[in-house]
Ligand binder design. Sequence first.
Ligand code: AOF
Ligand code: ZN
Length: 359
Amino acid sequence: MTDHAGVMQRALDLAWRGWGRVHPNPLVGAVVLDRAGDVVGEGWHAEYGGHHGERVALDAAGERARGGTLVVSLEPCNHLGKQPPCTETIVAAGITRVVYALDDPNPAAAGGAGTLRAAGVAVDAGVRQAEAAAQNAQFLGRWRTPDRPWVALKLATSMDGRIADRSGRSRWISGEPAREYVHWLRAGMDAIGVGGATARADDPSLTVRGAIEPRTAPLRVVFDRAGNLPTTLRVLQTAAAQPTCVVAGALLSGERAAAIEATSARLIRSQSLRAGLAALRRAGVASILVEGGGQLAGALLAEGLVDRFYWIQSPLWLGERGVPAVGGWSGVELASAERWTVVERRALGADTLLVADRG
Ligand code: AOF
Ligand code: ZN
């Protein structure tokens, strides 16, 4: 009896190879087993709009797929999109069993399981479903929260939960491996956001400078209600070359608006954070990584607008006068505090990464 959960883990590992290249479409990995249960083909979705993972693995297997099993991290698609339906490719290849992890949330492409069963293919759904859902959280978010982007909050803190010292300095709390990880993370996001206070204090460039070249540079977003950011900030100075956006309050003066727009940054005026996120979604931002600071983190958490938390904790103390990770949110009683689901924890050099999803 083949260990399909183990093979699915391999499919999930392969799927990660598409990170930075396939979003907002899903990460998909696939493995073909022959009748004897031996691996005869592997594949993954490598480029947005390119061959689906199933097709790549089946092409690799060729005739050896006949009578075999396809193990894939997402329900095979049932539609003609940028690629032909995988259900047809699977049947034509002579696959007799499909094992998949996650139902396709895309109504245009869903229904593959039913089509395969109708064609006489055995289908096992839900193998390593939780892992697959965590891996494709942004893709699922496109349908779960259609009125805003999927929002991930990333904070690098001291052991006592401070994001900067008492002078406001935050460079660098985390070590080099953690900073490399953040560049990898940025590569797979539609946008990277910070609050105005962080933009002023750190003057970050918010670009991707890692091993992965993202398919498209993430939009850089500064949330600043007052909209009075100095135009000397690095993100505004480079706004003509790198897509940049300022999300300001509705009461922004015409003068400030003109100063921002003169930098080539796009300006969104909104009544609230939620409305600002809705405007970003309408502008095509399906995922955003918010990298602080504490005030923006607090405002997002208070409104229930964070889907995932990436926490990098470093082994140092900054004390009570350091800047708290979450500011301006009075919080909740323990009895009503939501318990998040941990989806990953591991070492990044001397630092510790914890990834947790709301709900
Ligand atoms: C992918 N890659 O490996 C799989 C996908 O426009 P298309 O033809 O690329 O189809 C995109 C949809 O196909 C996507 O929303 C998802 O529902 C389904 N499966 N998509 O990009 C893949 N297997
Ligand atoms: Zn497909």
